[in-house]
Design a protein around this ligand. Structure first.
Ligand SMILES: [Zn+2]
Length: 208
């Protein structure tokens, strides 16, 4: 069920999950069984879930998106009057952690390299190594073709990702004429149309 995760020493085994569940039940009250020694953090978490369920749900959803995608797509604004930054803290920490652990990103780049292809922007064909030499080697921005705020919680597969230059990635995210985002494929098509128009214009100018 958990693949290789159980080999990780930080992995929670069924006994510790059961222990934690017992703590949660006890802290929530109405429990009359054996009292376990619950942690202070468990009390705080249970209080948060009990007192502010909507905020906790929002934070949990954002974390799940982050886990599934290896990216945090924005820390939800908290409207609570009390301690508004609190849910943001774990999300920010998680974002930092994921910054240093980017498996889908690395796998996407590695997959292209293993094909023997140079890394290029999938929209404008900008060649990173051709332009920057060694500085450009093995680095490209990795972009979700369908933005995570549209797809919601999802497992990211390599075909869902596109390698882009920073310029094209910004254009994919730019709000423009009522559209808040566009797919790299659509942007590439737009650029190709513009390029063809430019070629036609240049040809007609030189002919006249
Ligand atoms: Zn580009």
């Amino acid at each position: 069920m958990h693949d290789g995760a159980a080999a990780d020493p930080r992995f929670r085994f069924p006994d510790s999950v059961s222990l934690k569940t017992g703590t949660i039940v006890r802290v929530r009250g109405g429990y009359h069984g054996t009292v376990t020694k619950g942690g202070r953090l468990a009390c705080e978490v249970v209080a948060d879930f009990t007192e502010r369920p909507d905020e906790m749900l929002t934070a949990a959803k954002a974390l799940r998106v982050g886990v599934a995608s290896a990216e945090i797509v924005g820390i939800p604004e908290q409207e609570s009057e009390t301690d508004s930054a609190r849910e943001g803290q774990p999300l920010r920490r998680w974002a930092l952690y994921r910054e240093r652990n980017k498996p889908p990103r690395d796998r996407k780049i590695r997959a292209v390299q293993e094909e023997g292809d140079p890394l290029r922007c999938e929209v404008c064909s900008f060649g990173f190594t051709a332009a920057y030499g060694e500085l450009g080697d093995g680095y490209a921005e990795v972009h979700h073709s369908l933005p995570l705020h549209i797809s919601g919680v999802t497992w990211t597969l390599l075909p869902d990702l596109a390698l882009l230059c920073a310029n094209c990635r910004r254009r994919c995210h730019r709000s423009f004429r009522g559209e808040s985002w566009r797919r790299p494929d659509d942007l590439r098509e737009q650029m190709q149309k513009l390029g063809q128009r430019a070629i036609h214009q240049a040809a007609s100018t030189s002919a006249s």
